[in-house]
Ligand binder design. Sequence first.
Ligand code: ADP
Length: 285
Amino acid sequence: MSDKTTQPDQLPSTGQPSSTSASPVSSGAESNPEAKVAIEIKDFDAFYGDFQAIRNINLNIPEKTVTAFIGPSGCGKSTLLKWINRMNDIVPSAHAKGSIRIGDLQILDRQTDVVDLRRRIGMVFQKPNPFPKSIFDNVAFGPRLHFRIDRNDLAELVEWSLRKAAVWDEVKDRLHKSALGLSGGQQQRLCIARAIAAGPEILLMDEPCSALDPGSTSRVEDLIYELREQYAIVMVTHNMQQATRCSDRTAFFFKGEVVEEGPTEQLFTNPKEKKTEEYVTGKFG
Ligand code: ADP
């Protein structure tokens, strides 16, 4: 490792452009009125064959904010996440209409470079999925793929990412051992380190704590809350306490539509829509 310790809030230089978000959030990010739009979703419909899984979603995801997607199973939360980083490209029946943009980039365009898109939008899954490689090589994977980076800078970036993901102290003496030997909670924080090492603007998390024990859940929740200082984070969760603990804004999905979106506290304590109230008070779900 390099002797030069990098502070977790300073990304070592990789020559990559930083965030491109431009216009202010129009849907009223009361939690952070200065927040700009990181992801703009307009008139978005998504289908599997003839089945319409998502109907006419209009949603602005602000930068430097955790936005929780909540709602009963099967209401389209994961489908939207998958369209945001084009994971549905591998599902032959999946097709969509409308617009999803980050900065000037239209994500749904056929010409969009999906490899670069996935550098800009990191993804963390329900079940930690480290590669069967060393801890170091997991984190170095994205930078090696996307940047020309020398050994010292790479070591520095790996350390920075592991510190930022709050797992450095637990792995610093075993960087060249297999990532598969880590606990589930450590693996999930490693996967977050792997995602942020590639220099994304946005992190998508699909139920990131659902496979973790309560102690690991709490560490990952703290981490998510801290990471919002730098990234736009979208987190699908079935756990409403989790949404209230670590999100700034919440979107409630029902039958493929966003029924209501707003500051988390307001959505849980004073929802505008009856359906939202029924869901957050546990009348169905
Ligand atoms: P959620 O994340 O809210 O649980 P999903 O986005 O996974 O919901 O699913 C929304 C709807 O789309 C569901 O009716 C689900 O059965 C359907 N669906 C999801 N993935 C596929 C797929 N690959 N093929 C066909 N239908 C799918």
